[in-house]
Design a protein around this ligand. Structure first.
Ligand SMILES: Cc1cc2nc3c(=O)[nH]c(=O)nc-3n(C[C@H](O)[C@H](O)[C@H](O)COP(=O)(O)OP(=O)(O)OC[C@H]3O[C@@H](n4cnc5c(N)ncnc54)[C@H](O)[C@@H]3O)c2cc1C
Length: 449
């Protein structure tokens, strides 16, 4: 790639072959990959990274509750299948996940002394249990890659002037032949992700899908009772309904003092935010026995009533498993309904506290059944965008070549990481997507494709 394209207007400004805005997972991977690619092809290439925070990798350091769920185990195809529920997003990311896979990432980390372990659920963490070890490994790789690094450097504007990019920061302007935007999403704005890159991309002519919440908690109009805050429901089905439409997902739900969190709430939050955008409101329910149909659950309740007529329904519910697998109802004692929830189930069903199976009238049994299958969790007030682990929306995928991550609109402009219009599930998929797309953008920017 030619370097000397500086015009009279931009003379005197520091010039780079490749300039990267954003020093998160994607930006760092892009810089390291660009250097390796340039070196492999014998090119001289100046690479600069501009980051508004005082150091790179701020989000990596807070990820996974400070433990950093850095990726997920499995083949690239499995990661795409489990991590990206929307088919077009998985299709777009396919090339990047194969170009720089989870194995490539882990190999890079191990060379920097960061050992990792995969948990039984597939999530991969550094053995140190410390996210900073991952961030530090990338910092070291950046240093070795002879990348010019500018921290506490807020980019204010990006323009295309002739064949150059002119990037204006609080400390002056930079020019570049090739620009990589890696500014992340729009959540957690307090640590630097305020969506600036989306404005830059729009100014350069790109279409932006409006950012919306994802992997975010659900706030309800009426907060759950304080006594339930912190309570977890295992392997339930969370159902959200609005305007005749219904969304459903299976997993663990956590009561909070403002509503709900936990994997299933976070996972469904993107769809709920969209549904609320269309319909204005949304009601939540939990199917506490998702493995049983209503008819099967009723049969079980009837059997229990015949078997133990003198048993208090309340006692039964306290000892009753939540039936993680079909057929295990009341057999295994793991996964019971939390004791603290039982008084609420009894109250919602209109049952007396000391009612026994033999004293339970048919309509009360029906009422209990419908509460167990459709436990009301209230109406959603908000899915707070800023509190999401990620944000959905971003640079439209249709305008980016998935094989190079180069813009289809502006030559020599590349995108990577969360600012692209994809959103992964919890499990290490988002960091892997940032590293994979960053790597791919870096390699291709250096090739000048
Ligand atoms: C609390 C939390 C926990 C998470 N845990 C996990 C997890 O365990 N596993 C997982 O896979 N994912 C996790 N994620 C998501 C994951 O961290 C992100 O998806 C990923 O870091 C995105 O990488 P990125 O490089 O695209 O963006 P970022 O890491 O957000 O980096 C973008 C960088 O650009 C900089 N920037 C933005 N605008 C400007 C500007 N104008 N000038 C200069 N610099 C700018 C920002 O300061 C930022 O450093 C978590 C997210 C959060 C918030």
């Amino acid at each position: 790639m030619s370097i000397n394209k500086t015009t009279a207007e931009t003379a005197g400004q520091p010039h780079s072959t490749i300039l990267i805005i954003g020093g998160g997972a994607a930006g760092m991977a892009a810089a390291i990959a660009a250097r390796r690619s340039a070196k492999a092809s014998g090119q001289s290439c100046s690479i600069t990274i501009l980051e508004r925070n005082a150091r790179p990798g701020t989000k990596i350091r807070i990820s996974g509750g400070g433990k950093c769920n850095v990726t997920h185990s499995g083949t690239p195809a499995e990661l795409l299948e489990q991590g990206f529920l929307r088919r077009n997003e998985a299709r777009f990311l396919r090339h990047a996940f194969y170009s720089f896979s989870n194995s490539d990432l882990l190999a890079l980390l191990i060379l920097r002394g960061v050992e990792t372990e995969a948990r039984p659920d597939g999530k991969v963490f550094p053995l140190s249990g410390d996210a900073a070890t991952v961030a530090r490994a990338f910092e070291e790789l950046l240093r070795e890659s002879m990348v010019q690094q500018h921290y506490s450097c807020l980019v204010r504007r990006v323009e295309r002037k002739g064949e150059l990019f002119v990037v204006t920061t609080a400390d002056g302007a930079f020019t570049a032949d090739c620009l990589i935007l890696a500014t992340g999403g729009v959540s957690w704005s307090k640590i630097g992700t305020t969506g600036d890159g989306l404005a830059f991309a729009r100014e350069l002519g790109h279409t932006i899908t409006k950012p919306s919440a994802a992997l975010a908690p659900l706030y309800t109009i009426k907060a759950p009772p304080a006594s339930l805050s912190g309570l977890a429901l295992r392997a339930i089905s969370l159902v959200a309904t609005a305007g005749g439409r219904s969304l459903e997902r299976r997993g663990d739900l956590l009561f909070t003092h403002r509503g709900f969190s936990g994997p299933v709430a976070l996972s469904l939050s993107r769809d709920i935010a969209e549904l609320m955008g269309e319909q204005g409101n949304c009601t939540l329910y939990a199917d506490l026995f998702p493995e049983q149909s209503s008819a099967e659950l009723e049969d079980e309740l009837l059997r229990q009533a015949r078997r133990s007529g003198a048993q208090m329904v309340r006692k039964f519910l306290q000892a009753c498993p939540i039936a993680p697998h079909k057929g295990s109802f009341c057999v295994a004692l793991q996964g019971t309904l939390p004791t603290a929830l039982v008084p609420f189930i009894m109250r919602h069903a209109g049952l007396e506290n000391d009612v026994t199976w033999s004293g339970l009238a048919r309509e009360k049994r029906q009422s209990l059944l419908s509460v167990l299958k459709r436990f009301s969790l209230g109406d959603v007030r908000d899915v707070p965008l800023d509190l999401g682990e990620i944000s959905a929306g971003g640079v439209s995928l249709a305008e980016v070549n998935p094989k190079t991550l180069c813009s289809r609109v502006v030559p020599n402009l590349y995108f990577c990481g969360e600012l692209l219009d994809y959103a992964g599930e919890i499990g290490g998929f988002n960091l892997q997507a940032a590293f994979s797309t960053g790597w791919m953008a870096g390699v291709n920017a250096a090739r000048g494709s």
